[in-house]
Design a protein around this ligand. Structure first.
Ligand code: ZN
Length: 365
């Protein structure tokens, strides 16, 4: 198999200046600690992803490309104008907590425009033919951002903007595949009544989580109006692991793609399904992410002339998330998989009943 063409990684250092401050994991910092920690969605995770791409084994197969600022009228293609203005004014007033876990800094607005604009830049690279695949290495994530609601660290929905940009540039049917460990409720909301963008979200079964996230991520959320049948949720049980994700591709996403016949693929690429993520409970490891990358490549080769746009979403363990991104890209490029430096003995298919029965039986006799 010949190696695939290089992949363009769009990055804009301005996204690092979105300051989420100190926190107790993702919530307001606690007075019980002398030293609080950086908010989970901080710059370190993206800086280390950039490092591993620039200095790691794929360095000669990756081409870095710039991001750009999104204009407000571009954001208004998927968000309400009043909502955009409210986010801008909130930063001008000094920022603060927008939801219980979602924080805006006083200088966050330009970084948020860079975050969204970098997704647009990646879409433009692919749609112009400059590269077959492009990845927006950006932050904060975007897939929880609904038409008029911030949620889960997200303000503007980069994956939705990329899908919309692909439509405007001539793609007729866009398949959005979201493997962030959380439900892509924002992307679902934005395209819920459309039949030209098929949204699929693989996620842990966390359900609705409050006023900012009323969507459930369940099977019965199938779209509305013309969009009925064009939203597919895959709410996996906790601990679903590599098998849960790869079977989702093979048994759900591949047949959906066969019916929908997309001519463009947009991916919401998270690494928070990893075994070490503070925000996920899905135990995916590097071989799982490698398999995801391989499957995206196969879908792109089959349906979209090898083209795909990937937008960075979650992935919050700064040690492991970069390796999971590396594994994903190795799968995309058909590269040799890098050994997992944090590999662990996989979960057993647990025989707890058998174990406890064995422990009990001497006493019961
Ligand atoms: Zn997530």
């Amino acid at each position: 198999m010949t190696p695939h063409e290089p992949i363009a990684f769009h990055f804009d250092a301005r996204v690092l200046e979105h300051d989420t401050g100190l926190a107790l994991h993702e919530a307001a910092e606690s007075p019980w600690f002398v030293a609080n920690e950086p908010h989970t969605e901080g710059r370190l995770r993206i800086e280390r992803m950039h490092d591993i791409l620039e200095r790691g084994p794929l360095a000669d197969r990756i081409r870095f490309a710039p991001g750009r600022l999104a204009a407000e009228d571009e954001l208004a293609r998927v968000h309400d104008e009043d909502y955009i203005a409210a986010i801008r004014r909130a930063t001008e007033r000094g920022g603060g907590w927008v939801t219980g876990t979602t924080r805006l800094g006083s200088t966050s607005y330009e970084p948020l425009l860079a975050g969204a604009g970098t997704a647009l830049a990646a879409a433009e690279t692919v749609m112009s033919g400059a590269a077959p695949m492009a990845y927006a290495l950006t932050r904060p994530p975007g897939h929880h951002a609904q038409r008029a609601q911030a949620d889960g660290y997200c303000f503007f929905n980069g994956a939705a903007l990329a899908a919309d940009a692909a439509r405007r540039a001539g793609a007729e049917r866009v398949l959005v595949i979201d493997w962030d460990v959380h439900h892509g409720n924002g992307t679902q909301d934005i395209f819920y009544e459309r039949d030209d963008v098929l949204t699929v979200s693989v996620h842990m079964n966390h359900g609705a989580w409050g006023a900012s996230h009323p969507q459930t991520g369940q099977l019965d959320e199938v779209g509305a109006g013309a969009g009925i049948g064009y939203n597919q949720n895959i709410p996996l049980p906790l601990g679903a692991g590599n098998a849960g994700y790869l079977r989702s591709f093979d048994e759900v996403i591949a047949p959906l793609a066969e019916r929908f016949a997309p001519d463009m693929i947009v991916c919401a690429s998270g690494q928070d399904a990893s075994a070490y993520d503070p925000n996920g409970r899905h135990n995916v490891s590097m071989p799982g992410f490698f398999g995801i990358g391989q499957r995206v490549r196969a879908l792109a080769d089959r349906y979209s002339e090898g083209r795909a746009v990937l937008v960075q979403e979650g992935g919050y363990n700064p040690s492991y998330a970069p390796y999971c991104l590396l594994a994903t890209v190795e799968g995309l490029l058909g590269a040799t998989p890098t050994p997992d430096p944090l590999a662990y003995v996989p979960d057993q298919t647990l025989g707890l009943d058998t174990l406890f029965a064995a422990i009990r039986s001497p006493r019961d006799e």
